[in-house]
Write a protein that binds this ligand. Structure first.
Ligand code: AMP
Length: 222
């Protein structure tokens, strides 16, 4: 099953992708995580991407698409994947189709996590990430047991540079500008499923799992 999660920053794409990956035993591919790894490792790509990320701007398509192409060469992708944070532009959606076609693959499901602006701001401004294992926490919605310490690996938690209020606004602005053509692209191909995502993450997960099961049934009937 090849699943793409779409939605504004703070819609819960990362959270849902991690839970889905565990449940469906598929790799979770997050372009944001891959870019942050490159920044942390000081690679050439990381150095080129860092400034865009800190400003809440999009990293140029060709850099991100090349990085994704490389990720697709790994064997775990053959059984499917959960893609989170890509595509973000119409051009990226077209590139994704090309990358997949070259490997005889097609997207099965595109899920749009529909989230209100007040929930987005609340989620992002309180988000904390583990510097070691990447698990997300939230100062109010999901506080760690010990202040600023990861429950799973004891790594220290930090606020992402791009989760500061000013940058959140910029990221939302970028998102709104790019989103509509992307939405239309998948809607025209009858791949898009829009689900409400302001509420409990378990309910959102169940809805996505239901869509996956239906998609599998439909493809058996075909
Ligand atoms: P995320 O973790 O998905 O919120 O991504 C964090 C940041 O990484 C974004 O604000 C962008 O600067 C960059 N980024 C992640 N994915 C992409 C993408 N598909 N295209 C361009 N920039 C991206």
């Amino acid at each position: 099953m090849k699943i793409v999660l779409l939605g504004p920053p703070g819609a819960g794409k990362g959270t849902q992708a991690k839970m889905l990956a565990k449940q469906l035993q598929l790799p979770h591919i997050s372009t944001g995580d891959l870019l942050r790894q490159n920044v942390a490792q000081g690679t050439e790509l990381g150095n080129q991407a860092q400034d865009f990320m800190n400003r809440g701007a999009l990293v140029p398509d060709e850099l991100v698409s090349k990085m994704l192409d490389e990720r697709f060469t790994q064997p775990d992708v053959k059984k499917g994947f959960i893609l989170d944070g890509y595509p973000r532009t119409l051009n990226q959606a077209k590139v994704l189709d090309t990358l997949l076609q070259a490997r005889n693959m097609l997207i099965d499901l595109v899920v749009y996590l529909d989230t209100s602006e007040s929930v987005i701001i609340q989620r992002l401004s309180g988000r904390l990430a583990c510097s070691v294992c990447g698990t997300n926490f939230h100062t109010q919605n999901m506080p760690p047991k010990k202040p600023m310490t990861c429950d799973h690996c004891q790594g220290s938690l930090y606020q992402r540079q791009d989760d500061k209020e000013e940058t959140i606004r910029k990221r939302l602005e970028v998102y709104r500008k790019e989103f509509s053509p992307l939405f239309d692209y998948y809607e025209a191909r009858k791949k898009l499923h829009r689900i409400p995502a302001d509420g409990d993450s378990k309910i959102v997960l169940d809805t996505i799992i239901g869509l996956c099961a239906k998609r599998q049934d439909d493809s058996v009937k075909i």
